[in-house]
Write a protein that binds this ligand. Sequence first.
Ligand code: KG4
Ligand code: ZN
Length: 334
Amino acid sequence: KKDILIMGMETSCDETAVSIIKNGTEILSNVVASQIESHKRFGGVVPEIASRHHVEQITLVMEEALKTAEVTYTDLDAIAVTEGPGLVGALLVGVNAAKAVSFAHGIPLVGVHHIAGHIYANQLVDNLEFPLLALVVSGGHTELVYMKEHGHFEVIGETRDDAAGEAYDKVARTLRLPYPGGPHIDRLAAEGEASIKLPRAWLEGSYDFSFSGLKSAVINTVHNAEQRGEVIKPEDLAASFQESVIDVLTTKTIQAVKEYKVKQVVLAGGVAANKGLRAALEEKFSRIKDVKLTIPPLSLCTDNAAMIGAAGTVFYKKGQRALLDLNGNPGLDI
Ligand code: KG4
Ligand code: ZN
């Protein structure tokens, strides 16, 4: 049987990324042009700057991905591109580049949901076994997604306010750490002690999450200490904040694993790069029999196109095709 070669493309936020994937599991190339340096001084992603950078980078990144993989457009079975959710201007750059190449070379086009991509990053490191539960934690999303089979996604819980990554970035800002703050908090947390009492939003009877109360508690703790002239160790605050986030994420995941009787749990999204979260899940799941835990390497947790290629291959095999009226959809549902 012939191999399936797919080009994955991702431009939903601040990474211009293109990858060539073989049979949905093997990475032939994975090129990521990060714009973080350009957004840092604004303390977050500036949409207009993101779109402009994508326009400048996209064709170069596409060429590099092909060259590294030693393939040409005529070798490709399909082009898979993130159609949403994300920043509309940023999405449109990837979608239009994908449509142009699809039209010019007669290559089938597949639209991919960004979160489906994050989940399918796990297929690049492990076999997926269903039913499966994905804990998706990124800058824009915090979700528990139940999958009874390939390409089937049921959101059983989601954040009611801030996403986990958003909370990390805001807490980092309060501690005057650079953007994106997640990795800095992670590093500080490892050096501190979780000695400061912070809330946990359990939202009993639901798999939903809430992180805005926790975020406000951190901000208040810092302000109150400043007013009283007290010194709080930033590493202790980071450790306390991180412990609260991890406590809620892992507890709810384990509850859902039991209720839905899943065979596998996969971790997905930028916050999946968090060392504390990875360690806590590994420790907890080492004691749960018959449930396999999969955690992608750091480079496949943050935004990349290999994950879009992996998800795109599944949708392509299911016969899903996008036409040339494919549009960027900032609010796309999974
Ligand atoms: O998935 P992603 O690359 O982009 C979105 O789709 O949102 O996630 C980015 C988010 C940022 O909020 C960043 O601070 C967070 O992931 N992040 C982390 C870590 N590495 C990245 N959060 C906590 N610990 C980390 N090590
Ligand atoms: Zn993402």
